[in-house]
Design a binder for this molecule. Structure first.
Ligand code: ADP
Ligand code: ASP
Ligand code: MG
Length: 402
């Protein structure tokens, strides 16, 4: 008998037939004698729909009330799934995040899980019940409902698997695993049988939403082996773990992130302390900076360019503009139609020529690169958003289809 945490995403439980199909998967595992904790997302586009509904009433609602609203999406899924299992004659109980003992920080909209009190879940499992938990939510110290941020149900599942010391954590989605690129955009994308936590973390934070980035970080920290599989067919998926047998493969995926904007601070004085002062302005405004590029000084001046999340662009520009005199730059050049295209792979650490292959693919596709950044296991380039899909396809072809 194993303790298994299973998470089903919004597309898997989008409608009544979806809920009944997923109930069938749960029933099969239960009949094999496993203890089951099932984490659910809101149905289909419910979270987006609720967000739109809120905007019809108030353009800037408090984050506390948004959490009250958005948490209902996952609650509805959990109750409906419990009803589907009741109909199959199985012992089941649905729990809200709070009832499941998920304690979080009080950052509404992006709360962090601080602790999970497992007594209630354990008690229900001891009664041989299937436990359905509403994903994406918890409760903070003052008793208010919180949510974990978009895609947060993945984090709920991994956190529960870690806290309950589950034998397995399975994320069911609409694709049958993790692919070398988004299979919806790149028809030739290949399914990976396994991938390391580090690679998956990079892919997730560079735009592959198949797993939420924070959930992979948590899986790595607590050594929770994750499986990504489809709820539409019964077949094994992709295993995410510490080491894989795939070191021979240079790269494991290509990702695209369109949540990027570029700012160039032009005509700064070429002297010590300038970069520090520019980035201090941004960090004081709580803006996270991604790729940074500084030009070589010429005639006593230099330019510093960097990227930020698109949602932070306006606040970054106003923070810098407010310090124009003190920083002494001549102009800000801004673009919000850029995208970051990245390749990720643990194998590139020991391989040469990976960057050359990537840049050659971009050259062949006539895509201009405006910035480059690298780490041990990834290379990212900034391109025009209009070129991004072509860039992904060309790079994918070069590494995986040639
Ligand atoms: P869920 O609601 O189940 O969490 P998401 O829609 O958040 O599902 O994530 C699944 C989607 O992620 C897939 O439909 C796919 O289009 C997209 N995706 C992006 N990159 C990848 C990749 N490398 N491998 C698999 N899926 C990917
Ligand atoms: N329903 C939430 C969202 O769409 C959480 C999740 O599905 O993971 O972001
Ligand atoms: Mg998701």
């Amino acid at each position: 008998m194993s303790l298994i945490v299973k998470k089903f995403g919004g597309s898997s439980v989008a409608d009544a037939p979806g809920i009944l199909r997923v109930a069938g998967i749960i029933a099969d595992d239960y009949s094999e004698g496993h203890e089951l904790v099932v984490v659910l997302s809101a149905q289909g586009d419910t979270t987006d729909d609720l967000t739109a509904k809120a905007a019809e009433i108030n353009q800037s609602p408090s984050r506390r009330e948004m959490d009250m609203l958005l948490a209902t999406g996952e609650l509805a899924s959990a109750a409906l799934m419990a009803m589907a299992l009741e109909k199959l004659g199985l012992p089941v109980i649905s729990l809200s995040g709070q009832q499941a003992g998920i304690r979080t920080s009080s950052d509404h909209g992006s709360a962090r899980i601080e602790k999970i009190d497992c007594e209630r879940i354990r008690g229900e499992l001891d009664k041989r019940r299937i436990v359905i938990v509403a994903g994406f939510q918890g409760v903070c110290r003052n008793g208010d409902v919180t949510t974990l941020g978009r895609g947060g149900s993945d984090t709920t599942a991994v956190a529960l698997a870690a806290a309950l010391r589950a034998d397995r954590c399975q994320k069911y989605t609409d694709e049958d695993g993790v692919y070398t690129a988004d299979p919806r955009k790149v028809p030739g994308a290949l399914r990976l049988s396994e991938i390391t936590y580090d690679e998956m973390m990079e892919l997730a934070s560079l735009g592959a939403q198949v797993l939420n980035n924070r959930s992979v970080q948590m899986a790595k920290r607590y050594g929770v082996e994750l499986e990504v599989l489809t709820s539409f067919e019964r077949k094994p998926g992709t295993i995410v773990k510490e080491v894989t047998n795939m070191e021979k493969i240079k790269i494991s995926g290509v990702a695209k992130d369109t949540n990027a904007a570029r700012i160039a601070v032009m005509g700064l004085r070429d002297e010590p302390g300038i970069a520090f002062r520019v980035f201090r302005v941004l960090s004081n405004a709580k803006i996270v900076v991604d790729i940074i590029l500084q030009s070589i000084g010429r005639e006593g001046t230099k330019d510093i360019s960097f990227t930020v999340a698109r949602s932070d662009l306006d606040s970054a520009v106003s923070a810098l503009d407010a310090q124009r005199e003190a920083l002494g730059f001549s102009e800000l050049d801004v673009s919000d139609s850029v995208a970051k295209v990245s390749i990720v792979g643990a194998g590139m650490m020991s391989a040469s020529g990976v960057a050359t292959m990537m840049f050659e693919a971009l050259y062949d596709a006539k895509v201009n690169i405006s910035m480059i950044s690298t780490s041990e296991i990834k290379i990212s380039v900034l391109v025009d958003e209009a070129d991004a899909d072509r860039a992904v396809a060309a790079i994918h072809r070069r590494f995986f289809e040639d």
